[in-house]
Design a protein around this ligand. Structure first.
Ligand SMILES: C[S@@+](CC[C@H](N)C(=O)[O-])C[C@H]1O[C@@H](n2cnc3c(N)ncnc32)[C@H](O)[C@@H]1O
Length: 227
């Protein structure tokens, strides 16, 4: 029987597979440079661009976080942009302190503008680089990455044992379900067990739990961002 595949998935599934199997592509000069230039350029219009499917995606983030069976007190949202996942985390976990980091100061400025409205006193934003986090090993109960490149060695290094990793994308849900086994195998070397891969609309949320130590954290190179 011939299985019909949505045209976007014809591109996205192999692309996601390539990134899963060659994560160092995200440390290449071209990729890092693009990630510095484009988000900075888009920061002023990012929220307006996202608005079309923002409420559906926000709902997915909230539902994904609700699957976490602990009450994290310390949360980092890596590649926070204008803070969509950080603000969602503040709603779901009313006792948590949330730090959003992004290397675009434009994005951080726009995230900070929304702090007054959220009025929680539990969210802060700062500039930082996802491939070279300035935080100690095991600093956070929950590490979140939403629509952003994820550097698993760093994301899982700063995650406490027993803590959760949540990775979400507002697109390509079915492409991610196709590579679920690859995702499970990608997380394993970092001591992270895949707990959930949940989709809604176009989006997907992936949740893992860190159990074991990983040798990957010991081998931090001098220039972890590849530049
Ligand atoms: C598409 S935006 C997503 C923003 C937000 N998390 C969301 O869900 O709307 C990707 C963000 O990742 C950030 N980013 C990309 N590479 C990064 C890195 N190495 N360190 C920190 N932030 C990074 C970009 O600056 C950008 O703000």
């Amino acid at each position: 029987m011939i299985r019909l595949v949505a045209p976007k998935n014809i591109v996205m599934t192999p692309l996601i597979r390539v990134i899963i199997h060659h994560p160092n592509l995200m440390r290449s000069k071209v990729f890092l440079q693009a990630m510095k230039i484009f988000p900075q350029k888009l920061s002023g219009s990012y929220d307006a661009r996202m608005r079309a499917n923002q409420s559906e995606y926000q709902e997915l983030l909230v539902q994904g976080m609700a699957l976490i069976d602990t009450l994290p007190k310390t949360i980092i949202d890596i590649g926070t942009g204008t803070g969509i996942a950080a603000f969602a985390a503040a709603k779901v976990f009313p006792e948590a302190y949330i730090l959003g980091i992004d290397h675009s100061d434009g994005m951080i400025a726009h995230a900070m503008e929304k702090l007054d409205q959220a009025n929680t006193g539990r969210i802060s934003f700062t500039q930082g680089n996802a491939c070279d986090l300035l935080y100690d090993d095991q600093s956070f109960d929950l590490v979140v990455s939403s629509n952003a490149p994820i550097y698993l060695d760093e994301a899982t290094r700063v995650l406490k044992f027993g803590g959760h990793l949540m990775v979400a994308f507002s697109f390509a849900f079915t492409a991610f379900t196709r590579v679920e086994a690859d995702i499970m195998n990608m997380l394993k070397p970092y001591g992270v067990e895949l707990l959930h891969l949940k989709g809604q609309g176009k989006g997907v949320v992936i949740i893992g739990k860190k159990h074991d130590a990983s040798p990957a954290w010991e081998t931090k190179t001098e220039d972890p961002c590849g530049g």
